[in-house]
Design a binder for this molecule. Structure first.
Ligand code: 26Q
Length: 832
């Protein structure tokens, strides 16, 4: 045996020994020793294992930082700083064990304690610091950063409470705080030495030399907590650095001495408020100040950290923009360019031109939505009160930008008004915001200050430059690009679906974990009947696991041989969960009308959270429960149809549901879903897709063949044309007896114990404006659903299609996505 082949084995033994040592120490600290015969509980084992993993990762972290610092000092690398208000990491232990190749070691160690590895893994709370796709994308990106060895930091906030926990009472959503840190967080590494001041309020002082300096009234300190994200095929790691806010002064000592204990600590409470909660994606007006403060806090701490690192490594601000990419995950961190300008001008004494060149080189921005009402704007008066210096800088950026536009497009005053960073508040802004109130347009700031702007799927990027950003695309034609989203195959295939992973390993080898393209080797297997049977067996095992969970959580027995039809995502009108429910109702009515028909049994699974203030979304959840109850209690249905709503959707629940799905519902109105990433996870796990011609569905269909997806519905141009021609949903309903029967049943109160009022608002929306065209797409949706049934009856044909879907999913790895970001967005080359 050569030494080269020995080396990895020795390293693995070392890691195992180190891990076992750390685990023993952790258990010992909790009173569990071989002598005391104490049996460790599952939560205790979980924390001990996590702490032991963290110790091994700590070494990798130090090695990675040291290597990057050397390359940074030699100006050999460009570090990427991914600024995001959301990182939806989910659980970490399973991922760390897989990365460190310690699964088997731990399985044995736990068995010795009478515990099973999966049971222990289940004890870890999800890190749910995100709403949905945008936050999960950031988490997949960190995984790919590590895997690709990209020098990088994710920057976020360490929220005390993440995405709320969803409970269901009487069919209605109730929110509870997500106290994910209650038992401590074994993964985070506190970095007390990393402290940066962050201010709010106050005024701007003008110095004798004309320079300006912000004198904030409120002084906070940001401290860092690091979370280490391991690569799976090297010893590299990536870092998620999350900021925690504290008051700069511990207490107001004078107030304390006067006996005013509340007043003495008031600023501490105010500072702590920044750490409290993650905002939902449709935040209401109240409490918005805190959101703006959170955004400013994230941005300021992250940029100070970046600048300090750059100065430490290179000793000068020269080249800061070349050596550092600063990426904005949507506009939530869009204050970054203003804050960077402030730091460079006011704290470091650079000239405007120097500072602006650095800013433009460093900053890039991804847009995640086309809906104009979702574009972030903030009242100027809030800036005046909280961020007066940033407002001055935004005005100056705007003045220079508009001067430039006026030179290039002389006489086009309307254009200047449309592209200004400031919405002057005159006339309709389409956002329903108060007339007359001036607002800062965060997307405009992000575009003007970036060298690259990208959308997240081909259609979305096209529509972005044709609709919401058309004016900017005319002004900056080279700035806009597409980078289609992807998902990490490590979490979403290897860890979520061990059975399918093993089958793939046996048939095409193990390389797909690193090179997802290798899935194309599955293509010839589509004709292999035995492979088809194996796929079906894997699916059935995963369905059994999900059925057991449904039984446990809801007390509902589902037919494992039924078609599992799944829609899991945030509850939003544009995602059209309601269209899904309308189909379920029509199927129910059809079964009742023809109980002896040869029905393909279905289990329809829906999961997702509604933002607490989103009344319509909450009503859709309630209707789902009402319909589910009526169907389940109707003996005529038998086991041919079930509707189940699984509460408290999140990353971990997705990891159990997705591998068990036969059919993936991706049914947004064409032109509304920027990309979708759930669609990719399902196809990768052997579900077929019923979907509209929207977001990344389109590229998936193109990758594995349109005939291998059940597509339906109006396309974007048709949606626009119909709306222009004057859409009348009521007429559509009148002309379709099946649809009419469904709407009538809801309106009559058939699902609400005769209470016709419960869903009046919902029905009125459908018959009135029907903004998302559910009525227009209903008939074609039913047509596609019937095709699904037909194919499902033919097991072999279904399995062949599944194989073709999997075979075509190679390009949807987040590794490919990040390679494209490096090439088109973050490389020095992209600076032109
Ligand atoms: C904004 C202002 C104030 C408070 C909250 C927000 C906010 C928070 C989260 C606005 C939007 C979000 C989340 C958006 C999101 O998840 N978008 C999804 O991003 C995915 C990744 O690109 C896409 O695949 C999805 O299509 C898109 O919906």
């Amino acid at each position: 045996m050569t030494t080269a082949s020995l080396a990895p084995a020795v390293a693995a033994t070392d890691a195992r020994a180190a891990f076992q040592h750390a685990l023993r120490r952790e258990l010992h600290a909790s009173g569990v020793t071989a002598q005391t015969a104490t049996i460790a509980t599952a939560p205790l084992l979980m924390r001990a294992a996590a702490a032991a993993c963290r110790e091994l990762l700590g070494q990798r972290w130090a090695d990675t930082q040291a290597a990057d610092a050397v390359r940074g000092a030699r100006a050999e690398v460009r570090r990427v700083h991914y600024l995001s208000m959301e990182f939806l990491m989910g659980r970490a232990l399973g991922n760390a064990l897989a990365a460190l190749k310690l699964d088997d070691t731990l399985r044995e160690a736990f068995a010795a304690q009478g515990q099973s590895l999966p049971d222990v893994l289940e004890r870890e709370p999800d890190a749910a610091l995100g709403n949905g796709g945008l936050g999960r994308l950031a988490a997949c990106f960190l995984d790919s950063f590590a895997e690709l060895g990209l020098p990088s930091f994710g920057y976020g906030l360490r929220y005390q409470y993440g995405m709320f926990a969803q409970g269901i009472q009487d069919g209605r959503q109730v929110e509870a705080p997500d106290d994910w840190l209650a038992l401590g967080n074994p993964w985070e590494v506190m970095r007390p030495e990393l402290r940066y001041p962050v201010g709010f309020g106050g005024h701007v002082e003008v110095r004798a030399d004309g320079s300006r300096r912000w004198m904030p009234a409120e002084a906070l300190v940001a401290t860092a907590y690091d979370f280490i994200v391991p690569a799976h095929h090297s010893a590299r790691v990536s870092t998620l650095r999350q900021w925690h806010a504290q008051a700069a002064a511990p207490i107001d000592f004078a107030a304390f001495c006067r006996g005013e204990h509340h007043a003495a600590a008031a600023h501490r409470v105010a500072a702590d408020a920044l750490n409290w909660v993650l905002y939902p994606d449709d935040s209401t007006e109240s409490g918005r100040t805190l959101r703006l403060k959170q955004e400013a806090f994230l941005v300021s701490a992250s940029l100070q950290d970046l600048i300090a690192r750059h100065l430490r490594e290179t000793g000068s601000l020269q080249g800061l923009g070349r050596a550092n990419a600063i990426h904005l995950n949507d506009t939530h961190p869009a204050l970054a360019p203003a804050e960077l300008m402030r730091l460079l001008l006011d704290d470091h004494g650079l000239s405007w031109d120097e500072a602006w060149a650095i800013t433009r080189e460093a900053v890039s921005y991804t847009n995640h939505t086309l809906m104009p009402e979702a574009l972030e704007t903030w009242p100027v008066r809030m800036f005046e009160a909280l961020l007066p210096r940033h407002l001055e800088l935004i005005y100056e950026i705007n003045r220079r930008f508009l001067d430039d536009v006026a030179l290039r497009f002389p006489g086009d005053v309307a254009l200047l008004r449309r592209v200004s960073l400031i919405d002057e508040g005159q006339g309709e802004d389409g956002n329903g915001h108060g007339h007359g109130e001036r607002r800062v347009r965060m997307a405009a700031l992000s575009i003007v200050a970036s060298h690259r702007v990208n959308g997240v799927a081909a259609l979305h990027s096209e529509l972005m430059v044709q609709t919401i950003f058309a004016d900017y695309a005319r002004i900056f034609p080279c700035r806009f690009h597409n980078v289609t989203n992807g998902v990490t195959p490590r979490r979403w295939l290897q860890q979520a679906n061990p059975a399918l992973s093993a089958l793939l390993d046996a048939r095409i080898g193990t390389g797909w974990r690193q090179r997802l393209d290798e899935l194309e080797r599955v293509k010839p297997l589509a004709a292999d009947v035995e492979f088809g049977e194996q796929l079906q067996a894997v699916k059935r095992a995963n369905k059994l696991r999900l059925a057991a969970r449904i039984q446990r959580e809801l007390g509902v027995a589902v037919n494992v041989d039924s078609l599992f039809d799944v829609q899991i995502k945030r509850i939003h009108e544009y995602k059209r969960q309601l269209l899904n429910v309308l189909h379920v109702i029509s199927r129910y009515q059809a079964i009742v009308a023809n109980p002896d028909g040869d029905w393909v049994p279905r289990t329809v699974v829906i999961a997702g959270k509604a933002a607490s203030a989103y009344v319509t979304a909450k009503s859709i959840i309630q209707l789902t429960h009402d319909v589910a109850r009526v169907i389940a209690s109707d003996p005529r249905v038998g086991d041919r149809l079930r509707l189940v709503f699984l509460p408290n959707y999140g990353v971990s629940l997705a990891e159990t549901i997705i591998p068990a799905a036969d059919l993936s519902e991706q049914i947004s109105t064409a032109g509304t879903e920027a990309s979708g990433t759930g669609n990719m996870k399902f196809a990768l796990n052997g579900a077929l897709t019923i979907g509209t011609w929207d977001g990344a569905n389109i590229e998936m269909a193109q990758a594995f063949g349109e005939r291998n997806m059940f597509t339906f519905g109006l396309r974007t141009e048709q949606v626009d044309a119909l709306k222009r021609a004057g859409y009348e949903p009521r007429q559509v309903v009148e002309q379709n007896p099946t649809l009419r029967a469904v709407i009538d049943a809801i309106a009559r109160g058939d699902f609400s114990q005769g209470d016709a009022g419960r869903y009046r608002a919902l029905v009125d929306k459908l018959l009135g404006e029907d903004v998302y065209l559910l009525m227009a797409d209903f008939a074609d949706y039913l047509r596609a659903q019937a095709e699904v049934d037909t194919l499902f009856r033919d097991r072999q044909a279904w399995a062949a299609r599944v194989a073709l879907n999997i075979a075509g999913m190679g390009m949807f790895s987040s590794d490919r996505t990040i390679e494209e970001y490096i090439d088109r967005v973050w490389s020095v080359k992209s600076l032109g």
